[in-house]
Design a protein around this ligand. Structure first.
Ligand code: HEM
Length: 455
């Protein structure tokens, strides 16, 4: 980050009341937790997680918001603790053995296999795909030239990106089919039953499972079709993500179900998370017009021709700081968890074997002891400043840190920059929905802004 960018920005002129999640006011009993968490996990995370760095939850749950403890539990003594069983119960039926949930040697092999796809050296190529989608997104906003649901437009764009990057954009299955399948799938995983959250044994009947497994079946079938179509006309040397997934399948290191799991893992993990960050990012810019105009100027200076290349992004420190501040205020991965597999003591707190350790990222990022005026949008937080490890973890930490972090940051910057070149964003005067947390954090309804074409 450059010193000039930090000096050029004056935060004192730009603070506003932002939409925020409503956390639980009082102590949450196990029964409350069970009753309410399926609709919105925020409604059971105690407000006190924003003022205390450690809190005991109901039953065997713990909330940790202390940066040093978080680092110890994710990257130190607890680095091998598995993903919690409730996460398995919620998304397991769809992405079962995929990288996001697998453990041990199986996870190591997958992480090693797919890491090159996300490596820094691939970012220039990824950027060229994202820039194509960015131009379409800018055009869409410019044509709308009025009220528009930016969350919906951003989802369409990130799905287009996944389709371009994963399938070279030319599979037999249409993008609309994938989008509809994903929509049904995310609606399905957003409906969590009490048993999912409590992590009860697998043999117990879950309401959701009894209701219908159809969205999972049809999405998996769609993924199978994509894999089989490509297998029939495979490229000699791998050209995109799908070729590499198929290579793993054909070299016998994966079976077809695991390949389907991984395909769905990448689509599921990389679609709504980035899209919602873009939508919140545009909302924050509409709320802070002066910052919006400074960032637009920075983008136009860095990239006068409009077609964004990877090197151009290095010249956009304000935009990068904006993305980081957006992920602080509205982290898509607002809560994740581990199960302790052995008795562990960290900072005087004892975690017994089998305890659930929750990392409430939303509370951590808005913690009153850790951040100055945490509810305010302040771009300068991420200009020329660093924070202790464990204080800012939008992508997690330790060995299970998000493999798509650089992909996501690049994608979000490119799509925001492309939109800002074509339109300005303003608030409509309508009340915006608060964030809700199901599996990931998402807006509780459309984010409607006014897009004004810049001509
Ligand atoms: C703003 C966008 C994103 C956010 C905030 C985000 C957040 C996260 C977080 C917090 C984790 C760690 C969860 C844990 O430790 O339990 C994670 C893991 C993961 N993410 Fe992301 N993610 C984003 C985008 C993406 C994208 C674009 C992809 C792929 C295309 C992706 C793929 C994955 C995968 C495969 C894992 C599991 C990694 C492993 O367990 O080894 N994510 N993400």
């Amino acid at each position: 980050m450059t010193g000039n960018a930090a000096r050029a920005f004056d935060p004192s002129t730009d603070s506003k009341q932002l939409v925020a999640a409503e956390l639980a006011g009082d102590d949450v009993s196990l029964l409350d937790f069970a009753r309410k968490a399926g609709r919105n996990i925020f409604s059971v995370i105690p407000e006190a997680t924003r003022t205390q760095t450690y809190l005991r939850g109901p039953a065997n749950m713990h909330y940790v918001c202390d940066p040093a403890m978080i680092t110890e539990l994710l990257a130190g003594v607890g680095r091998h603790f598995p993903k919690s069983s409730f996460t398995h119960n919620v998304i397991g039926p769809a992405v079962g053995n995929g990288m996001i949930l697998s453990e041990g040697q199986k996870w190591r092999t997958q992480r090693h296999r797919y890491a090159p796809l996300f490596a820094a050296r691939n970012l220039p190529v990824l950027t060229s795909h994202f820039a194509g989608t960015g131009e379409e997104l800018g055009e869409f906003f410019a044509k709308a030239n009025g009220k528009v649901d930016v969350a919906d437009a951003a989802q369409e764009a990130t799905l287009t990106n996944i389709s371009r990057v994963m399938f070279s954009g030319n599979e037999a299955v249409s993008k609309q089919d994938v989008r509809n399948g994903m929509r049904r799938f995310t609606d399905y995983i957003s409906y969590m039953s009490l048993f999912d959250l409590m992590g009860l044994p697998k043999w117990m009947p879950r309401k959701k499972w009894l209701k219908s497994k159809k969205p999972i079946h049809s999405l998996r079938q769609l993924a199978r079709d994509v894999i089989e179509t490509r297998q029939a006309k495979r490229h000699e040397t791998p050209e995109d993500f799908l070729d590499l997934l198929i290579e793993a399948l054909e070299s016998d290191s994966e079976d077809i179900d695991t390949t389907v799991d991984n395909l769905l893992t990448f689509v599921a993990a990389g679609y709504e998370t980035s899209a919602n960050t873009i939508a919140w990012g545009l909302y924050l810019l509409a709320m802070h017009p002066e910052t919006q105009s400074m960032i637009r100027q920075e983008v136009l200076r860095a990239c006068p021709s409009g077609a964004i290349a990877f090197e151009d992004l290095q010249k956009m420190p304000l935009l990068q700081a904006h993305v980081r501040e957006t992920l602080r205020l509205y982290p898509a991965g607002a809560l994740f968890a581990r199960d302790a597999t052995e008795r562990t003591e960290t900072n005087g707190v004892i975690f017994e074997k089998g305890d659930v350790i929750m990392f409430p990222v939303y509370s951590l990022h808005g913690h009153e002891e850790l951040w100055d005026a945490p509810q305010e949008y302040r771009l300068d937080r991420f200009l020329d400043k660093t924070y202790p490890r464990g204080q800012y973890i939008p992508f997690g930490d330790g060995p299970r840190i998000c493999i798509g972090a650089q992909y996501a940051e690049t994608e979000i910057m490119v799509l925001l920059a492309s939109a800002l070149c074509r339109v300005s964003f303003e608030m409509t005067g309508d009340v915006l929905p608060a964030p809700v947390l199901t599996f990931t954090m998402r807006p509780g309804g459309p984010i409607v802004l006014t897009a004004k074409s810049l001509g």
